[in-house]
Design a protein around this ligand. Structure first.
Ligand code: 13P
Ligand code: SF4
Length: 319
């Protein structure tokens, strides 16, 4: 506890000294989220992290999350210094979409508008017409569909097929998935739902279709938190990373939040509903990166320029 207090104080001091701000995702350690809140940083979903970093006046952004979030910040504000507590924190969606293969896939379907999820590398974004996050994907694809455009979607097949079902658009899917959300089981969620008849089921759209089908609300992390806050019901079954419970419980202290089962009702598993890459962020490595100024995120300027266009399009789409 003494050590934690030391890091907290030291981080606060270094953030001020370096005119740096902390931008954290809801899946990171609650200690990091609390510190971001306390120091005027942001804790949010990936869309708002991008927007906050781009609009904030700080010279240095400390991005606590996974690599694509740091890269997005750097692409949007190339003149800022972007540091991350660890450079090892990646994402199975990013890993599952190598730029060369993806580029060849796009080349094979030149008639399609390329829409990529934010959970991708700078090189994949540079090949896209649009970047979207889960909170804005439906609206963007709806808009493109209304213009008669056919979509090439990458990398998350579950989010992509959800978007396809909801919008009715012509969507060609890349075969990627999130190792965390893919583990949620419809059978377990249905059993829990039968047990708690009053419970509202909140699902992140990276989950399999059978789980999404059982949802009362499907949405990004911030949309899930908002649903828990605004719905009158008292009990929620939540299919997303457990890191989200920190903010959810803070926003709705009188509600009961239950993590959706990953392998049948009642079964537990340590790394389930727990992104291993998000978990690599700690107060210790956050403090270390501020001390040393290493772990800087760099994006090739030419590549960054190309990736900025579809990213900026996303930010401009919903101001
Ligand atoms: P959100 O945009 O909903 O925060 O999702 C990011 C993510 O990585 C979910 O697994
Ligand atoms: Fe990627 Fe899934 Fe982790 Fe989100 S939870 S960062 S999509 S691996």
């Amino acid at each position: 506890a003494e050590e934690l207090q030391h890091w907290r104080e030291r981080i606060k001091q270094l953030l001020v000294e370096q005119n740096a701000v902390l931008v954290a995702h809801y899946y990171t350690d609650p200690l990091i989220q609390a510190l971001a809140e306390e120091t005027g940083g942001c804790v949010s979903d990936s869309l708002e992290m991008a927007r906050f970093g781009a609009e904030h006046q700080a010279d240095t952004l400390i991005v606590a999350g996974v690599k694509f979030m740091g890269e997005t910040a750097k692409i949007l504000t190339p003149h800022k210094r972007v540091l991350m507590p660890t450079l090892e924190a990646t994402c199975s969606l990013d890993l599952g979409c190598p730029p060369e293969e993806f580029s060849a896939f796009c080349d094979a379907h030149p008639d399609r508008t390329v829409v990529v999820y934010a959970n991708t590398s700078a090189a994949v974004k540079a090949r896209a017409d649009w970047v979207v996050t889960s909170s804005i994907a439906l609206d963007v694809v709806d808009h493109l569909d209304a213009q008669g455009e056919k979509i090439l979607w990458a990398p998350d097949k579950h989010l992509g097929s959800y978007v396809q079902r909801e919008t009715g658009a012509d969507v060609l899917l890349w075969n990627g998935s999130c190792i965390v959300h893919e583990e949620f089981k419809a059978k377990g969620v249905a059993e829990l739902k039968a047990l708690y008849l009053d419970a509202v089921v909140l699902v992140h759209p990276e989950s399999p279709a059978a789980v999404v089908e059982l949802a009362d609300v499907v949405g990004s992390t911030s949309q899930i938190i908002n649903a828990a806050k605004t719905r009158p019901e008292k009990r929620f079954i939540v299919a997303t990373d457990q890191g989200i419970f920190y903010k959810m419980q803070q926003q709705c202290p009188d509600k009961e939040l239950i993590v959706a089962p990953t392998a049948g009702a009642g079964a537990t598993c340590r790394s389930c509903a727990n992104c291993p890459w998000m978990a690599m962020n700690s107060l210790e490595n956050l403090c270390g990166v501020l001390e040393r100024g290493d772990n800087e995120i760099l994006v090739d300027p030419e590549l960054g320029k190309r990736a900025m266009k579809p990213l900026q399009r996303m930010l401009d789409f919903r101001k």
